[in-house]
Design a protein around this ligand. Sequence first.
Ligand SMILES: *Cc1c(COP(=O)(O)O)cnc(C)c1O
Length: 220
Amino acid sequence: MIAEEIHRITEQLPSGVRLVAVSKYHPASAIREAYAAGQRLFGESHAQELQGKHVELSDLAGLEWHFIGHLQTNKVKYIAPYVNLIHAADSPRLLEEINKQALKAGRVVRCLLQLHVAEEETKFGFTTDEAQAYLDSGAWQQLEGVELAGVMAMATNTDDTTRIRADFHRARQFFEQAQMPTFEELSMGMSDDWHIAIDEGATLIRIGTQIFGHRDYGQP
Ligand SMILES: *Cc1c(COP(=O)(O)O)cnc(C)c1O
């Protein structure tokens, strides 16, 4: 099942688009199954859960851990030593903490700026204006332990594909207009909207349910 879904998805990916298999709330055994099918990028959204899986799965060569959810500043220290990409850098303060912990670990941690482009109210993410102001401020240039590798966005939770496409389009416009030499990744698209995200230029899609089935929130 897991292997079939991974093959079904990866067969459809244009070159330059990579799949992040979102394994949050699913057991390490499910990740092993996906790994055996060739999957290497895995997304988690809770620092403690990621930490446990990182230890349990340390034998899997070439596995990349992507942190995709909201990251609390007091949890950064647990994942900074090994995380490959933090998708949801959603405030200057979080970026400063990632920088601090990355330097402590002797690393540069790649991060994506989370853009808030959806209709829903949320306290997470930069509006496009805030993100532009942050880039213009040059504050990020002081962060030697952080590489700003691009942008992440989530579309409005709706069946209206015109709306979803417009949200992704705004993220892409920001990504392109920013003219940041280190920007490489545009992370957008989940189980229900990844085809649209690819149309709109995503380089990383984050898919959980379609691969692993529904999550049991009682069993982290
Ligand atoms: C859980 C999650 C996903 C995966 O969502 P599915 O609908 O299960 O594919 C993608 N991105 C983020 C930020 C998530 O938290």
